[in-house]
Design a protein around this ligand. Sequence first.
Ligand SMILES: [Zn+2]
Length: 165
Amino acid sequence: MTQSGSVGDAVQKPTVDQDTVEADTVDWDALHAAAVVAMRAAYCPYSGFPVGVAGLVDDGRIVSGCNVENASYGVGLCAECGMVSQLHLTGGGRLVAVYCIGADGQALMPCGRCRQLLWENGGATCLLMTPKGILPMSEVLPQAFGRDDLDKVSGAGTTSDEEPL
Ligand SMILES: [Zn+2]
């Protein structure tokens, strides 16, 4: 792993093959740096619990997000919500590696709902930095519900021509 000093240089090659991405090809330091920047932008006046997350996309770019709370507590947005929105807003693609942190800069596990977001946008092979090291989503959300479950029942499940997960 190298210190690039640039969040735009998160991988050692310009395009990441999600099926073969390995933990040591990801610049986790760059992802962490982007997550820290995001965390510092968090809007969390109620909990005082800022969260930042950054994800490496399969085309090499980095997307990020911070949590955004609301006076109506239940509608607060997790950091992953913003990151996934930025993913689609900036061209789509698949997440191949994700690093979520709290105020202490340490790896923070996504909540249950956000694991589902990561599954939808990264699938089983997306790597996640966790307090116990780097794990694939298949271990973070075992037996996950996803698009293929819709296909099994309806035969359609989506209007997208993308391959099911
Ligand atoms: Zn969440």
